[in-house]
Design a protein around this ligand. Structure first.
Ligand code: 5AD
Ligand code: SF4
Length: 456
């Protein structure tokens, strides 16, 4: 007998065999996208998705290692699964994602809480790992790959709005920012075959989706080479945007050193490429940027901002900032505040520096900014960003925007919410409008987080 996949299936029923799978996702958008790939792989193997943890036969936790508090939260959460395990002896708990990669041994040693550990490149192996764990031996696969992109796997969408979806276009990171654990947990950078990306985007559009976000740790270094032909990020973006003018396209994350004018010109040409760029600065001090191994200076970063302003005058800007990196002085911190003012960010993700084991910073620099100082600086950064967001929103009052409707407002069934091309949330009275449609909305009021509008 030929032992191909079909024949193997005949020999043995699908290992999932109707078992119920519950997934909890922590961390970045890439993890959300990965959970959708995991669900696809396991559904094919006979598992059924459930949103109810109390009926689960398998619990998977997709985890993040970027900061210590993210890891602590998951470790606490794993303890909360104990009673479920007590009630259902056959229940399997798996830790997948970045923590699996970084903490394999520790996880396996933890009070019998974890049965499976699978790193970001071993999700195709989950059916086997689960089978093995079901037979009573604990299972680990944390091999990283140079090639894995899960290119042809059609993710099962976990978001329920049916309007916007993530498409992963590359994996891993080669940048080696000195504070960052991602290159160690997600491995080397590799790009996904553009044909599979386009197919996925088109299928989403045909299924009614109206917005896709192309995801990667550093999307601007996307590159696919085949038969002497090379596709870079600008060409990929252009092709995805070409699927239909009604399909909005976003992308994240851009590394400032790789954001090219070519990409900005493609955006300017295509209105459905959204006017929002996430360009993590991390710090406004050139001395810090050097220690962080970011490979640009404050001036160079501001030069990229100037190019965006010139080519895309209506583009919103957001950033990531780290407070209290090794040796950061008050003067360095003030450079960050002045950079924020100079750019006038619409939005920011702001963090205290958290030392990650084995990174370059952990090995070579002392984590020497006291926690109280980190906290005080972070508070100043957050307060300033709230001010900047409010100023930006106030400038929008009286203007009119095309809003893609994503859902019903949490506060009131009579109101809908959606986003502008600039990625700002707008809430407005529903009228006769429906989720997934575009609406023209005039902004009448705002807070620092939300725009309030009326249908035109
Ligand atoms: N400590 C604090 N923030 C970090 N980030 C990455 N590593 C660390 C760390 N060790 C932040 C960066 C990055 C975002 C995803 O997380 O700002 O852009
Ligand atoms: Fe981490 Fe830098 Fe790569 Fe982003 S670009 S994932 S911060 S190493």
């Amino acid at each position: 007998m030929d032992f191909n996949a079909e024949n193997l299936k005949k020999l043995r029923p699908l290992s999932g065999d109707g078992s119920k799978l519950y997934i909890e996702t922590y961390g970045c958008q890439m993890n959300v996208s990965d959970s959708e790939v995991v669900l696809s792989i396991l559904q094919r193997d006979g598992y059924r998705y459930t949103e109810r943890i109390d009926e689960a036969d398998v619990i998977l936790v997709n985890t993040c290692s970027v900061r210590d508090n993210a890891e602590q939260r998951v470790l606490g959460r794993l303890r909360e699964f104990k009673p479920y395990k007590r009630r259902k002896k056959a229940l399997l708990v798996g830790v997948i994602g970045c923590m699996a990669e970084r903490m394999k041994e520790q996880l396996m040693e933890r009070e019998q809480l974890v049965d499976i550990v699978a790193g970001p490149d071993s999700y195709r192996d989950l059916p086997r790992l689960l089978r093995q764990a079901g037979d009573g031996s604990r299972s680990v696969n944390v091999l990283l790959s140079q090639e894995e992109t899960y290119a042809e796997i059609a993710p099962v969408r976990l978001d329920k709005n049916g309007v916007s979806a993530f498409i992963s276009i590359m994996r891993g990171c080669n940048n080696m920012c000195s504070y960052c654990v991602v290159p160690y947990t997600r491995g080397a950078e590799r790009s996904r075959d553009p044909r599979t990306i386009l197919r996925e985007a088109r299928e989403l559009f045909d299924a009614g989706y109206r917005e896709v976000t192309l995801l990667g740790q550093n999307v601007n270094s996307y590159r696919w080479e085949q038969d002497g032909h090379s596709t870079g990020f600008a060409a990929l973006l252009d092709a995805v945007a070409g699927i239909d003018p009604l399909l909005r396209v976003r992308f994240s994350t851009s590394h400032p050193k790789d954001l090219s004018d070519e990409v900005l010109h493609v955006m300017a040409r295509r209105e459905n490429l959204c006017r929002a760029i996430h360009l993590p600065a991390q710090s406004g001090s050139t001395r810090m940027l050097e220690l962080m191994n970011r490979k640009y200076t404050r001036e160079w970063y501001l030069g990229r901002i100037a190019a965006i302003r010139r080519i895309l005058p209506d583009c919103a800007l957001s950033t990531d900032l780290i407070a209290g990196f090794c040796t950061e002085t008050d003067a360095d911190h003030r450079d960050t505040l002045s950079l924020m003012r100079e750019v006038g960010y619409e939005f920011a993700f702001m963090f205290k520096y958290s030392e990650r084991p084995n990174t370059k910073a952990a090995r070579h620099f002392a984590d020497d900014v006291p926690d109280e100082v980190k906290t005080a600086r972070l508070t100043e950064i957050i307060d300033l960003q709230n001010e900047l967001s409010l100023q930006s929103n106030r400038r929008d009052v009286g203007r009119t925007f095309e809003v893609l409707i994503e859902g019903v407002s949490k506060r009131s069934d009579d109101r809908l919410f959606g986003r502008t091309s600039q990625n700002k949330v707008v809430v407005f009275d529903r009228g006769d409008r429906r989720i997934g449609e575009y609406a023209t909305v005039r902004i009448t009021d705002c807070s620092s987080a939300t725009l309030i509008g009326e249908l035109l």
